[in-house]
Design a protein around this ligand. Structure first.
Ligand code: ADP
Ligand code: ADP
Length: 218
């Protein structure tokens, strides 16, 4: 079953006379339970691609479908609603709001979905090994704890697609392997996973590696 279907994506950034062609016809399909790594040098378009497939940014050309629903080229309100129902996003810097605890962050993420599910939340924290950090403040977390908390928040609304941009960029090798293992576990539950990373460790957990160069699949 194809979860993510990105067809012929183009994304150009314009500022004055300058135009950066960040994506130039990138297509990507990801199946249920599949882990795909996006590799490529800095500036090759990885973040741009992830932002487009997560529905955070609209491509200038091409379409993105998640579970058959087009998420590109809709109103911001529609996109926010679809993201809350379908997509979990993890960024390198974490994606927690500072003045909310880990559990409150996750509940906020769920609040955008149809109905909050507190049992799912505590089970997720437990599975990620951070049950005792439910009421911790983000600023007090270590790097490894923050990466797990960010993953918990991303999973709070039971996404069919998990998108992670350098999720282990700031971690030591031990934490990196463990967080990647936790991300890979999500695929066993049927989630389609897309991870952008420079790291060789990510390529080892991936079922498939898509290499980007200059905005194209190499
Ligand atoms: P990474 O290599 O980890 O993707 P980047 O440094 O390329 O990180 O980008 C970090 C953020 O800055 C991204 O949100 C990206 O969209 C933005 N960005 C990157 N290059 C530019 C640029 N030339 N002008 C404005 N924003 C940029
Ligand atoms: P990567 O994630 O592989 O480092 P990005 O997608 O961040 O690549 O960037 C691809 C290209 O687009 C780079 O040349 C970058 O400078 C440019 N870019 C990214 N975001 C922006 C932005 N918001 N405004 C202008 N240029 C950008």
């Amino acid at each position: 079953v194809v979860i993510l279907q990105a067809d012929e994506l183009y994304r150009f950034y314009r500022s004055g006379e300058e135009e950066t062609r960040a994506l130039r016809g990138v297509s990507l399909n990801v199946e249920e339970g599949e882990v795909v790594a996006i590799s490529g040098p800095s500036g090759s378009g990885k973040s741009t691609l992830l932002n487009c497939v997560a529905g955070l940014d609209d491509p200038d050309g091409g379409t993105v479908r998640i579970s058959g629903t087009r998420v590109s080229h809709r109103s911001e309100a529609d996109k926010a609603r679809l993201r809350a129902r379908l997509v979990g996003v993890v960024f390198q810097s974490g994606n927690l709001i500072e003045h909310l605890t880990v559990a409150q962050n996750a509940r906020l993420a769920q609040g955008l979905a149809a109905r909050p599910d507190l049992a799912h939340l505590s089970e997720t924290l437990d599975r990620l090994g951070i049950a005792k950090l439910a009421h911790a403040w983000p600023s007090r977390l270590s790097g490894g704890e923050m990466a797990r908390a960010a993953l918990a928040v991303a999973l709070a609304c039971k996404p069919v697609l998990l998108v992670a941009d350098e999720p282990t960029g700031e971690l030591d090798a031990g934490n990196e392997a463990s967080v990647l293992g936790l991300i890979k576990d999500q695929a066993c539950y049927g989630v389609a996973v897309v991870i952008a990373s420079h790291s060789a460790a990510v390529r080892r957990v991936a079922d498939r590696v898509v290499h980007l160069a200059d905005g194209r699949v190499a």
